[in-house]
Design a protein around this ligand. Structure first.
Ligand code: ZN
Length: 282
C-alpha cells in the first residue's frame, strides 16, 4: 500500500494500549530490514530519518526507498522526519512526500516552540500529514542533536502546548536520553502519568535504545504510543558488517556484509516490536 500518515496509526495504538515502533533508517538495507520485520509480525511501522541522515543522502532518497519497501506490502508504513530542525526542513520533507513530520522546537523557549510548531501544523493540515512536536528536552546526544542534561516536561505546559498548537503527537522528556546509556536510566513514570491525565494526543518516547523491556512496557502502559529506536539499529547493522569483514577481510562485495547487517537489524526490530505490543496490529 502507499505510505500512510501516522495520525490514525497512533490513535489506534493509544486506544489499543500498545505503541508503534519508530525505527531510524540510514540506508537501503535498514529500510528493507524494518519493513521485513513489520511484514513478518503484521505490525504497523514508522521509518524515520534525522536531519543528519537526510544530509548524508537526501530526503528524496529516503522517501523513495521507504516507498519502494512499502508499496508492495500490505503493512501500513509511514516515513517520518525525526527531529525536524527548522520550518524550512519540515516544508522540504512535506514537498518530497514524507507522511509524518516532527518539528523539534524544544531547544527554544515555550512561546517560540508553540509558534514554530503551529506554523508547521498549519502548513501540513491541507495534506493531512501528521506532526509531532517535543516539549522538554530529551538528554544525550544523537548525531547532530545535543540535548545536554535534559529538562523534564511539565504536565500543564504540555496541556497548553497541545491545545494551542493542534499538534498530532507530543514527545515528552521523562528521563530518557539519546545515544548509548552508561547505566540504567531512571524514568519519571509518575510525571508521564500526570501528562497523560491532561493531554489526549498520543505521546512519544525518544531515546529508547538501551532501556529495559520492562521500562518500555511500563511507559506504554502509562500512555506512550510511539517509541523511537535509533542507536541500537546502527549498532546492530555495524556489528553485522564488522563480523563479516573480521572473519573474511578479503570480502569486497557490499552485498555480502550488507545482508548480514540487514538480518541483524531485522531481528532487533522484531524484538522491539514485540516489546511495543504492535505485532499483529496491522
Ligand atoms: Zn529523539
Amino acid at each position: 500500500m502507499p505510505l500512510v500518515t501516522t495520525e490514525q496509526m497512533l490513535l489506534d495504538a493509544r486506544d489499543g494500549g500498545y505503541a508503534v515502533g519508530a525505527f531510524n533508517v540510514e540506508n537501503m538495507e535498514m529500510v528493507q530490514a524494518v519493513l521485513a520485520a513489520a511484514e513478518e509480525l503484521g505490525a504497523p511501522v514508522i521509518m524515520q530519518t534525522t536531519p543528519s541522515t537526510v544530509k548524508y543522502a537526501s530526503l528524496d532518497y529516503y522517501y523513495s526507498s521507504a516507498l519502494a519497501a512499502a508499496k508492495n506490502s500490505r503493512i501500513p508504513a509511514a516515513i517520518h522526519l525525526d527531529h525536524g530542525s527548522s520550518f524550512e526542513l519540515a516544508m522540504q520533507a512535506l514537498r518530497v512526500g514524507y507522511t509524518s513530520i516532527m518539528i523539534d522546537g524544544s531547544h527554544s523557549v515555550f512561546e517560540e516552540n508553540i509558534a514554530v510548531t503551529k506554523r508547521v501544523v498549519d502548513a501540513c493540515a491541507p495534506s493531512r500529514v501528521s506532526v509531532e512536536a517535543e516539549l522538554g528536552k530529551v538528554g544525550g546526544k544523537e548525531d547532530d542533536l545535543d540535548g545536554g542534561n535534559g529538562g523534564y516536561t511539565d504536565p500543564l505546559e504540555a496541556k497548553e502546548f497541545a491545545e494551542r498548537t493542534g499538534v498530532n503527537s507530543l514527545a515528552v522528556a521523562i528521563g530518557t536520553a539519546h545515544g548509548v546509556y552508561s547505566g540504567e536510566p531512571r524514568l519519571d513514570l509518575e510525571r508521564l502519568s500526570e501528562i497523560r491525565k491532561v493531554v489526549e494526543i498520543p505521546l512519544v518516547l525518544h531515546g529508547a535504545s538501551g532501556l529495559s523491556d520492562d521500562a518500555v512496557k511500563e511507559s506504554i502502559k502509562r500512555g506512550i504510543c510511539k517509541v523511537n529506536f535509533a542507536t541500537e539499529l546502527r549498532i546492530a547493522y555495524s556489528d553485522g558488517v564488522k563480523k563479516v569483514l573480521a572473519e573474511a577481510p578479503e570480502t569486497f562485495d557490499p552485498k555480502k556484509y550488507g545482508a548480514v547487517g540487514r538480518e541483524n537489524v531485522k531481528q532487533l526490530v522484531m524484538n522491539r516490536m514485540k516489546v511495543c505490543g504492535c505485532n499483529g496490529k496491522a
